[in-house]
Design a protein around this ligand. Sequence first.
Ligand code: ADP
Ligand code: MG
Ligand code: MG
Length: 210
Amino acid sequence: MKVTQAQILQWLQVFADKIEQNKEYLTELDAAIGDADHGINMQRGWKKISSQLPTLVDKDIGSILKTVSMTLISSVGGASGPLYGTWFLRASAAVAGKQELTESDILELLQAGLAGVLQRGKAELGDKTMVDVLSPAVVKFGEVVGEGNNICQALQQAVTVAEHGMKETIPMLARKGRASYLGERSRGHQDPGATSAYFMLQSLLVVVEE
Ligand code: ADP
Ligand code: MG
Ligand code: MG
């Protein structure tokens, strides 16, 4: 099974739409433990990406993801802009020049993106960030592909694990970003960045399942 360049463009559009539909929700989550701007930050960048997608129809997957990265870095701001920007930058380098992606290409893309976020943000598993979604999802994807399953099957299980990771951020104590300023009061709230990261992976699954 392969994911085509057209499906990558669809994924980015589906995720942009998901952010648009959930911008208030993401901002409410950030209002509880941050500064109430995660939905606004993400919407600003993804609206711009949505308008750029028609200009990218002839580009390879690496170039597409690199453009996304540049737009995120230049327009999202906050902690999440550079972190998602780095995720897409590393992901783009992992699949440079490709027109379609195999199981191992997707695994490398997900691993590279996560490595970039870890290096840039220095968060660990359990710190109540997007890492609590991205990290278990990559591990699961690798396991399921390693057992000989296809991209769709691996993504289904990765997204299930991502959803658990997102919900598991609720009782966690925030140790990174603005939420960490709240100390114990950060417990009991779902992390906004973990939520948007779940939407990102879920959007890819939606396109691959079609
Ligand atoms: P800001 O906190 O600057 O207002 P956003 O509200 O857009 O930025 O994004 C907040 C999200 O960024 C958090 O919910 C968390 O998931 C993520 N985040 C913050 N710091 C880090 C970090 N060091 N590593 C990974 N993710 C982080
Ligand atoms: Mg914020
Ligand atoms: Mg902010």
